[in-house]
Each structure stands twice: as structure tokens, then as C-alpha cells.
Design a protein around this ligand. Structure first.
Ligand SMILES: [Zn+2]
Length: 418
């Protein structure tokens, strides 16, 4: 069936290029993108058109780093430093997800809220509990949120109530992977929490599993200086943090690494050479005082940087706000260094919040022909109608001034979900 969405269509084609289509038609056949046209061609004239007037039709968002079980306490304890925050909030909360009924209730809310914020693609950490991880995947799939979810692996340097034995971790990971076969929209991703939380034996097992089953991997890299020092102590044979993951075969183009705030030129060269996808999480880096990531430099080095809300180190699920936070953080870095080239553009922020994640998920940037539609309709018509304001300027303004209250529709996998 032919359908079309009409409005001001903006797509993220490259980190520096927007595709801007004022008052145009985004035509779909059975939910798949046919093309974007200023005037509906005769051959597509039978399409039933949903007219969104002067609203913005954007790609929906890809949140490439967040922790599902932490959503419930987002914004709490932000006055504590990282280690105290983990002990007081993150670990005790994650432990509650041993109870599947508890997980069901909380994950249903998370899935709903993601969709309401226009996020239809995710890469998410669950907790170490296999059954609750499956419940998270079920709830996301029901809501129409796609992407990857990982059962967390941690068999050391965790509180006793939230730590697996190496054997349990291996066994539960295999059981979880077997049960994941029933999902179509949400796929498994291997998730060592970070290098210090996994023994050599567990990392060896995960590296082999990745190779045998061609699985993607997500973890954390060079988030703060204390963590980097700890990795140096635990893995004295690895000159740099990234080399721990690399040693176990967990550092290639199917790998997401959250943060990379303190990756120096050598580590960044390895990230670029291996095609690893860094995930920039500006809100969390600010909350936990981790540092200000050199994202503009990383993009100049052609790293495939994505954005993540990093709930709940981050304080918002909104990827609009995450875009704005990224731009703000980059300007803080530029101010401190008196270097204007550190500032991110709206083109870069929008690309990282949408197409960069799509690419990791195996899709193409933009509203790509043949792909199932992932889109969000944003209504900014209540904002002042400034003379001569461009669609590019409206996109930048939307990042600062709009949120879930202004989302009129969300499409995922070709279907309107909201
Ligand atoms: Zn994280």
C-alpha cells in the first residue's frame, strides 16, 4: 500500500550534510521508503497522504548507550561522585531486577517513555539477570523499539549481591542467547560491563563467543581517570585501556564503546583504525564530572561517533536534549581551550543522534530507499514565527526548546506507533 507523510522533512545524510526538503512528500510502500518528492509524482498519485502541515518530519532517534534498570532513579543522587553514586543508587537498584515481576513493571514504562521521546532504536545495557533482560527485550519489541540489548557480565569488582561467578556468567549468557532467538526487532549484544568487572577467563569466553556467533559488543572505555588507573593495575600487560578489549577480540567494527572521554591520540587512532563506534554521552560526562570529550576532533578523525543518553548517569531520556547537551559540552571545551573548532554543529549533533546509530545497526544514513520508516514528527509551530528562519535553524532550535510534549507522531519499522 502506498502512503505518504507531508511536511518539512530533514534527514542526516553525513556528519556535515543535512537533506532538507521543505513541504515535501515522504512516500512509503508498505512502510518502506520509496523517496522524497517536492510534488507527488503521477505514478505515486494514489498514495494516501497524512499532512503534518508546517511540522518537522525528522528521523527518529537512536540512543546508543543507556542502562535500562537505572531509568527509575534518573536525576537522583546527582550530588554524589561516581563511586558513591554507584553504591548508593545504581547497584542496589540493579539488584532489584532479580525479580522478573519488578522488571516487567519498570521496563514497560521505559519502553513507553522511549517511544514517547521519539527514540525507536537503542543499544542498551540490562542488568546481569538473564530473565529480566529477556523481559526488557519483550517490552521494547512490544512498544516497537528496535536495536540491541545486552545481559551484563560481571564476575568481579562488584558488590556481592550483584556479582556472578564466572561459571554462572557463562551459563546464563548462553541460556539468554538461546532464548533471544524468538525476537525479531531486538537482538542480543555481548555486554561486559567494563574491563575491571570481568576476569580474564570471562573476557576470553566472551571474545570466543563473539567470534563463533558473529555477535556485536558494547562496553565502556576511558570514561574517567580513576577507571583508567584501575585498568592499568588489573591488566599490567596492556599499555592502554583499549588493548584489554583488543586482547580478547572485543574491539572491532561491531563494537560500541561508551564515552572515550580520555582517549589520547594513540587510543583514538586504534578506535578509528578498527572502526569501533564511540558513544558520546554529554549529560553523563557532566553529571559524573568525567571530563569533556573531544567529539569534534573524533569526527575530524572520521570516527563513527554516536550519541547516548547514558541514563542514569545522564539526566534525560530525550535525544533532542542530548543533542543540545552535546553542542553545549563541545562549546565548554572550545571555551576552555580557546578553540572554536571544538564546537559541534547541528548537522553533526543530528547525525550522531540518528544516522550514526542506524549505521551501527546495519542500516544506511538518512531516509534511505527500501528501508522501513523510522521517523518522528515534531511540532514547533507554537514557537515564534521568526522572519526568514530556515529549516536548519528550526532543527537547532528544536534541540534546545522541544521535548516529548511536542512529538505528534512516531513511526518505527514502517508503522505509526504513537
Ligand atoms: Zn554506561
Amino acid at each position: 500500500m502506498l502512503t505518504a507523510l507531508k511536511g518539512n522533512i530533514i534527514e542526516a545524510l553525513t556528519p556535515d550534510t543535512l537533506g532538507i526538503h521543505p513541504h515535501s512528500y515522504l512516500v512509503l510502500e508498505d512502510g518502506r521508503v520509496v523517496g522524497i518528492y517536492p510534488v507527488l509524482p503521477d505514478a505515486l498519485g494514489s498514495a494516501s497522504v497524512t499532512d503534518y502541515g508546517d511540522a518537522l518530519i525528522l528521523q527518529s532517534f537512536a540512543d546508543m548507550h543507556l542502562h535500562g534498570p537505572q531509568y527509575e532513579f534518573m536525576g537522583t543522587g546527582m550530588d554524589r561522585p561516581l563511586l558513591q553514586w554507584l553504591e548508593a543508587y545504581a547497584f542496589p537498584t540493579e539488584a532489584r531486577y532479580a525479580d522478573p515481576a519488578y522488571a516487567r513493571e519498570k521496563y514497560r514504562i521505559l519502553a513507553r517513555d522511549l517511544l514517547q521521546n521519539g527514540t525507536t532504536q537503542v543499544c542498551m545495557f540490562s542488568s546481569l539477570h538473564a530473565d529480566s533482560t529477556l523481559i526488557l527485550m519483550e517490552e521494547l519489541e512490544k512498544a516497537g523499539v528496535t536495536g540491541y540489548v545486552g545481559k551484563v557480565n560481571m564476575d568481579r569488582n562488584a558488590p556481592p549481591y550483584l556479582c556472578e561467578t564466572t561459571e554462572e556468567s557463562k551459563k546464563e549468557t548462553l541460556r539468554w542467547l538461546d532464548e533471544c532467538k524468538r525476537f525479531t526487532l531486538v537482538k542480543p549484544i555481548l555486554t561486559p560491563r567494563f574491563a575491571p568487572s570481568c576476569t580474564d577467563e570471562l573476557l576470553t569466553f566472551l571474545g570466543k563467543l563473539k567470534a563463533e556467533r558473529n555477535l556485536p559488543v558494547q562496553s565502556h572505555l576511558s570514561e574517567n581517570l580513576g577507571e583508567i588507573a584501575l585498568v592499568g593495575q588489573l591488566f599490567p600487560d596492556c599499555p592502554q585501556y583499549w588493548e584489554v578489549y583488543d586482547k580478547y577480540g572485543l574491539f572491532d567494527s561491531k563494537t560500541l564503546m561508551a564515552h572515550c572521554v580520555h582517549s589520547d591520540a594513540r587510543e583514538r587512532a586504534a578506535i578509528a583504525m578498527r572502526g569501533v563506534h564511540p558513544v558520546h554521552c554529554a549529560s553523563s560526562n557532566n553529571s559524573l564530572m568525567s571530563g569533556i570529550s573531544p567529539v569534534a576532533d573524533m569526527l575530524r578523525e572520521e570516527q563513527q561517533v554516536c550519541l547516548g543518553s547514558d541514563v542514569s548517569g545522564g539526566t534525560t531520556l530525550s535525544m533532542l536534549h542530548t543533542m543540545a547537551n552535546s553542542i553545549s559540552a563541545s562549546k565548554d571545551r572550545g571555551s576552555l581551550q580557546q578553540d572554536a573548532s571544538q564546537a559541534l554543529s547541528i548537522e553533526q549533533a543530528y547525525y550522531m543522534a540518528t544516522s550514526a546509530g542506524k549505521v551501527f545497526l546495519g542500516l544506511k544514513p538518512g531516509f534511505s530507499e527500501g528501508e522501513l520508516l523510522h521517523a518522528v514528527v515534531l511540532d514547533d509551530t507554537h514557537l515564534p514565527k521568526l522572519p526568514n528562519i530556515t529549516l536548519r535553524e528550526r532543527l537547532l532550535r528544536a534541540a534546545y526548546r522541544l521535548d516529548d510534549r511536542h512529538i505528534r507522531a512516531v513511526y518505527s519499522e514502517g508503522i505509526r506507533r504513537l
